[in-house]
Design a binder for this molecule. Sequence first.
Ligand code: ADP
Length: 245
Amino acid sequence: MIDVINLKKSFDNTTVLESINFSVKKGEVVCLIGPSGSGKTTLLRCLNLLEIPNSGAIKMGDDQLTFSERKFKKNKLLTLRKYSGMVFQGFHLFPHKTVMENIIEAPLIVKKQSKAKLIKQGEQLLEKVGMIDHKDKYPDSLSGGQQQRAAIARALMMEPAIMLFDEPTSALDPQLVREVLKVIEGLAKEGQTMVIVTHEMNFARRVADKVLFIDGGFIVEEGPPEQVLDNPSHKQTKTFLQLLD
Ligand code: ADP
């Protein structure tokens, strides 16, 4: 589903991602872990083309985009962007729209479907994330956990092949974390392909097929959670995990 090949990303003169290589198969859940500032968010934003890599390539499905200092085709960028839906730390809902209005906004513009049909689809997704009773509420009357569940439904409305989560629970009070993680675990069980940046190691243990430990712009270690989290072979991974205890 995703192949990332020799991906490099710099901001001005600072290289954040040195040479990133990994693959995600259809239906796989990959968790990205690593110290703060190691480039996890940047990598996720590159997958969604919110950041444009300096070099390397990203392949999604049958589409591939190779980056270089030279110009590349903008339409290819849009093609690749359609593969993924992103859920951010801060939920980024439109404050002046209800939950339902928020989740049908993008498909109303992009998809050539009737509003009635989208509302029906929206109701199904809000049911799935446990938010159907809040569909006519505005974001500021909802808890952070409810807003994040609405944001997940909004991303799912575009039926992305891949869901990208950037520390989806880090802005939440501890008692609200569980309800959001449960929704993401439900998606994993349904076979949704996902890449998740997380500091929740127990969650990663439960949900991930593969864990990537990233540090200093490189993937230092990758493998199933029982290997990377419970029996890491690299010193950097061990040190990182010990600091979390
Ligand atoms: P992580 O998600 O692992 O905490 P980030 O990807 O957010 O790491 O950041 C990695 C590094 O890239 C940090 O040093 C950060 O300051 C830098 N960085 C991220 N975004 C930008 C940007 N838009 N401009 C300049 N530097 C950035």
